[in-house]
Design a protein around this ligand. Structure first.
Ligand code: BJW
Length: 243
């Protein structure tokens, strides 16, 4: 289905869900995970950095890596795709934006509420008692830095993100599932659709009768659930869709 028809579907939609992944922020300069040349998992070992076991084994390595990524995100700006998503939310009041991203680029593009399924670089917390904590010093890429210690219980502060093998925040997951179940149009943007349970969200919408539109330059695991596949980068396709 051509872009013109996708724009019509969006114009007619009453309850929209926007579901985003790393490709949403790629044109801002934030690397994706699984792109074969530039993805984070092409350069770094996920098991050594993005698991609770990795943090237990080497907290300074893991804390330093996330603090470096936080600093990188602070240097970049939302792109035209983020601004187009904010424009959709301004136009359709019931829009729910669900992201797997741990950056804050949707918020900086003007969205007040974003459902963060995989947490955030900006919400570190105590690994012992769960109390919120402050980000620490920023190391150079690959630099180790011991995490701060919780002022309440003395345990290490950890990044506020969801690692492999960890449960997603229950409130975010149920808000996402409910929004997907209730929507009439779901836009899935810049995700490979490989990581569960987040990747279930477009299927929930499809099973509940919504139309799924995908924006991605490459084929993905979600191609078959999408009624419309718009093959292109988010910062180019989205502005045309909302024009
Ligand atoms: C563009 C573009 C442009 C490029 N414009 N597009 C069922 C089956 C198999 C395994 C499992 C299963 N259920 C659970 C699992 C295990 C696991 C999992 O899914 N593994 C699979 C990888 C096999 N899931 C978990 O462990 C989850 N937890 C869980 O299930 O808990 C259960 C439990 C129950 C009871 C007790 C305890 C536990 C947690 C998953 C957490 C994922 N965390 C990460 C890291 C976050 C922190 C960090 O950033 O370091 O989240 S992994 C990483 O992948 C990150 C992302 O949010 C997530 C998704 O990646 P995303 O966004 O799709 O990025 P890419 O790189 O994959 O794709 C980018 C796309 O963009 C590509 O398609 C490009 O083409 C496209 N693109 N440029 C538009 N300009």
């Amino acid at each position: 289905m051509p872009e013109r028809d996708a724009a019509g579907l969006l114009r007619d939609a009453k309850r929209v869900v926007v579901f985003t992944g790393a490709g949403m922020s790629a044109e801002s300069g934030v690397p994706t995970f699984r792109d074969s040349l530039t993805g984070l998992w092409a350069r770094y070992d996920a098991q050594s950095l993005a698991t609770p076991e990795a943090f237990e084994a080497d907290p300074a390595l893991v804390w330093g890596w996330y603090e470096w990524r936080r600093a990188e995100v602070e240097q970049v700006a939302p792109n035209a795709g983020h601004r187009a998503v904010a424009a959709i939310a301004a136009r359709v009041a019931s829009t729910v934006v669900i992201t797997q991203n741990i950056d804050d680029l949707h918020e900086r593009a003007g969205l007040e509420e974003v459902v963060h399924l995989h947490g955030s670089l900006f919400t570190p917390r105590c690994s012992g008692c769960g109390a919120p904590a402050e980000p620490g010093d920023v190391p150079a890429e690959g630099g180790r830095i011991p995490p701060p210690v919780c002022v309440d219980c003395g345990a290490d502060v950890r990044p506020g993100v969801v690692w492999f093998g960890e449960q997603l925040p229950a409130a975010a997951l149920s808000a996402a599932a409910e929004a997907a179940f209730d929507c009439d149009l779901l836009l899935t943007i810049g995700t490979s659709g490989l990581v569960y349970p987040a990747a279930e969200i477009p299927y929930v919408a499809d099973r509940a009768g919504a139309t799924v539109i995908q924006i991605n330059p490459e084929p993905t695991a979600l191609d078959s659930v999408a009624a419309v596949n718009l093959r292109g980068p988010a910062a180019q396709v989205l502005p045309d869709l909302v024009a």
